[in-house]
Design a protein around this ligand. Structure first.
Ligand code: CDT
Length: 308
């Protein structure tokens, strides 16, 4: 018996500031249609897939940024995406900025089943960058000003015949993200990202962006026996060059599909969810081998505490 989910990683090229949501949705639908032609069950889009990566600009009054957030999903502008997916018979996962009814601002990713229903909603946990204007930087990365960290943490949803989890961009650098989902039996992790190649606090890392991207996702997949689908918004967006290199990674840690452009590009892989068991039931049999009794500091403290 195998449980195959054919997954499309729908990398996007840049969305410039003047591009409307309708422009973005047209591109998303074109990628969905490609996914349908390739027999996909599920198409995964990047983080903030409806707009440009607006945290690169600072505004003194945050309400001036309200127009970047979605107040409802689907909305008039995004309904055509839901309609197209339902018509094509495939599900999708989409990243966007969310302004909730009770006034919270989240960096959000949703999981939508083939019937168009939203079955999972995730709010980014690890918010990178800075909270205040830093005028000396070539561009801002003020996600900590624009988004609250998701209070619910990491979820895993029964969907597409398996257990599906989500994380967003910076979350992929933190082993805790994968492990919390691993402990809930995750088999397929979906992760959208926007990763500027120039890392302002330490430019010596610029050349390593692709290496670090693959390193963290391959390790997270292997150490938890799960598929990982990493999907970029890449290319030069408003003058900021961002990493492409979207990838689909098997529970072995091997990359089975990788983008070779930094523009709109669909990668497809047949993900056999039963392959997860090869790792979950052997080397990474958590029940047999984990030692939670000595892992206390991981949840008890945030930063380093020196013993001496
Ligand atoms: N979008 C996002 O989370 N980007 C971060 C950039 C970190 S540098 C401020 C990333 O981890 O790729």
């Amino acid at each position: 018996m195998s449980r195959i989910v054919t997954v499309g990683a729908a990398q996007m090229g840049p969305i410039q500031r003047e591009h409307s949501r309708a422009d973005a949705v047209k591109r998303l639908i074109a990628l969905l249609e490609q996914g349908a032609r390739h027999g996909c069950d599920l198409v995964v889009f990047p983080e903030l897939a409806l707009t440009t990566f607006f945290p690169r600009w600072f505004v003194d009054d945050i309400s001036e940024a309200d127009h970047w957030y979605e107040r409802e999903m689907p909305s008039r502008e995004t309904q055509p995406l839901f309609d197209a997916a339902r018509k094509l018979g495939l599900g999708f996962s989409l990243g966007y900025a969310e302004y909730t009814k009770d006034g919270h601002r989240f960096n959000t990713q949703i999981l939508v089943e083939r019937d168009g229903s939203i079955v999972g909603r995730y709010h980014k946990v690890h918010i990178p960058g800075h909270e205040h204007h830093e005028p000396d930087r070539p561009f801002q990365h003020a996600e900590r000003y624009y988004f609250e960290p998701g209070p619910e943490g990491f979820g895993v949803w029964k969907a597409f015949g398996g257990r599906v989890g989500m994380m967003i961009c910076n979350d992929r650098r933190w082993p805790e993200s994968y492990r919390v989902m691993g402990l809930k039996g995750v088999e397929l992790i979906l992760c959208g990202y926007n990763t500027p190649i120039h890392y302002v606090p330490d430019p010596s890392q610029d050349i390593l962006q692709g290496f670090h991207n693959a390193l963290v996702m391959q390790s997270g997949a292997y150490q938890n026996g799960t598929w990982v689908v990493g999907v970029a918004k890449g290319g030069v967006e408003e003058g900021v060059d961002s990493l492409g290199q979207s990838a689909i990674i098997a529970p072995s840690g091997q990359i089975v599909a990788q983008a070779f452009t930094s523009g709109d590009e669909l990668l497809v892989a047949r993900c056999d969810l039963d392959w997860c068991l090869k790792y979950k039931e052997t080397l990474f049999d958590f029940e047999r081998y984990r030692r939670p009794e000595v892992y206390g500091p991981i949840t008890a403290q945030r930063g380093v505490v020196l013993d001496d």
